[in-house]
Ligand binder design. Structure first.
Ligand SMILES: Nc1ncnc2c1ncn2[C@@H]1O[C@H](COP(=O)(O)OP(=O)(O)OP(=O)(O)O)[C@@H](O)[C@H]1O
Ligand SMILES: [Mg+2]
Length: 371
């Protein structure tokens, strides 16, 4: 049975629909990440789970019980806000223990809890400091410590890492993952960073304009995006989404891609399914991630369907571990991911390998994935 269940949830502010028919459920101990562009409704959804915002219709239940009408303090949830919201006049220890003090937890128990979470978060040496004497990452840990001592049924995190610099973000991301593996508490985590979403989540919910675009495991979202929005949003560099035609040719169905100054590139698809066959003679959107478009030597040896084609390289961008090359197909810039030591330069014509096992196809009108 799912532990946290959100059913047919609508949330309006006045006349404006902010969340529309959201359906999400996760198991106990799951790590749900809500991801989407700014303003899509992530914080609003989190706040409705916490009980900080009333819902317009629908239902939220935790562990089989509806939380409708339950005050936030009765939901057994702890929330970590983006701003940390620490009490500036209290020490770290005071901040961590404050909630327990309010609830009348005896001092020796409070001290034990402070000791326990400060060991986990490695902030034992900071307990007597005030928040103003801490770095961003340390404050973030204190805010987490304050949530951890509550030992709640569900943790809610609203972009907890967005104030940190790039290096610290990555460190804290690993730390949160480790913490979750150890505590096994159910987590709902908001971010607009798709890499954070991929690395932390057991399930991802992708939102856009208040509607759920896709709900699935990170692999499902990455490999089988439900529509062009999800395909474009998840992954960095982004998936190449190219206008192409499907044509029946010698080797079966071909993806035809326009190239500047040459006849179109034809990529024969092996094992094309019937749905795709129905698009023969029509325009489709061909989606290929940069890592599925490589130098022929770098192509996945286990792939069943690889097609090669001459492409004119316009820009070469060495990125250390890989080299990205930009070419033009279907009237758009296309990013290929080559080996770091690929001997390639701008202006050169070279063969690129398309791993068609990894390619996805979208209907240009509905923007939904068809294969
Ligand atoms: N109290 C409010 N009254 C009216 N509209 C609101 C209120 N709070 C949020 N909104 C609107 O609801 C929409 C969703 O806001 P929300 O804060 O949930 O977005 P978000 O996905 O968390 O964005 P961000 O990534 O920028 O934090 C936005 O269009 C916002 O302007
Ligand atoms: Mg927000």
């Amino acid at each position: 049975m799912s532990f946290l269940k959100i059913s047919n949830l609508y949330k309006n502010y006045g006349q404006v629909e902010i969340l529309k028919d959201i359906n999400i459920e996760i198991d106990k101990g799951g790590f749900l990440v809500l991801v989407g562009p700014s303003g899509c409704g992530k914080s609003t959804l989190l706040n409705t789970i916490a009980g900080l915002e009333p819902i317009t219709s629908g239902e939220i239940s935790i562990n089989g019980n509806s939380v409708a009408g339950l005050h936030p303090s009765k939901r057994d949830i702890a929330m970590v806000f983006q701003s940390y919201a620490l009490y500036p006049n209290m020490t770290v220890a005071g901040n961590i223990a404050f909630g327990m003090e309010i609830r009348g937890v005896p001092k020796d128990e409070r001290d034990k809890a402070i000791k326990q979470v400060s060991d986990i978060l490695q902030i034992g040496h900071l307990l007597d400091r005030k928040p103003s004497q801490l770095s961003g990452g340390q404050r973030q840990r204190v805010a987490m410590g304050r949530a951890l001592v509550r030992n709640p049924q569900v943790f809610l995190f609203d972009e907890p890492l967005s104030n940190l610099d790039a290096k610290l973000r990555v460190d804290m991301r690993t730390e949160i993952k480790r913490l979750h593996q150890r505590m096994k508490t159910t987590i709902v985590y908001v971010t607009h960073d798709q890499i954070e979403a991929m690395t932390l989540a057991s399930k991802i919910a992708v939102l856009k304009d208040g509607t759920l675009q896709q709900f699935g495991t990170p692999a499902e979202i990455y490999n089988s995006p439900a529509n062009m929005f999800v395909a474009d949003f998840m992954g960095s560099p982004a998936m190449n989404l190219l206008t192409a035609r499907l044509e029946n040719g010698e080797g079966g169905l071909n993806v035809m891609l326009e190239r500047p100054g040459e006849k179109p590139l034809a990529l024969p698809i092996k094992n094309a399914n019937g749905v795709l066959g129905g698009y023969s003679g029509k325009e489709i959107i061909f989606g290929v991630r940069p890592e599925a478009l490589t130098d022929p030597d770098g192509a996945d040896r286990n792939a069943r369907s690889i097609a090669e084609g001459e492409c004119l390289i316009e820009v070469v961008e060495p990125a250390g571990s890989d080299t990205f090359a930009v070419t033009k197909l279907g009237g758009k810039e296309v990013v290929a991911r080559l080996r770091a030591d690929a001997a390639i330069h701008a202006g050169q014509k070279t063969k690129l390998a398309f791993n068609l096992d990894k390619a996805v196809f979208f209907d240009p009108k509905s923007q939904l994935r068809i294969a």
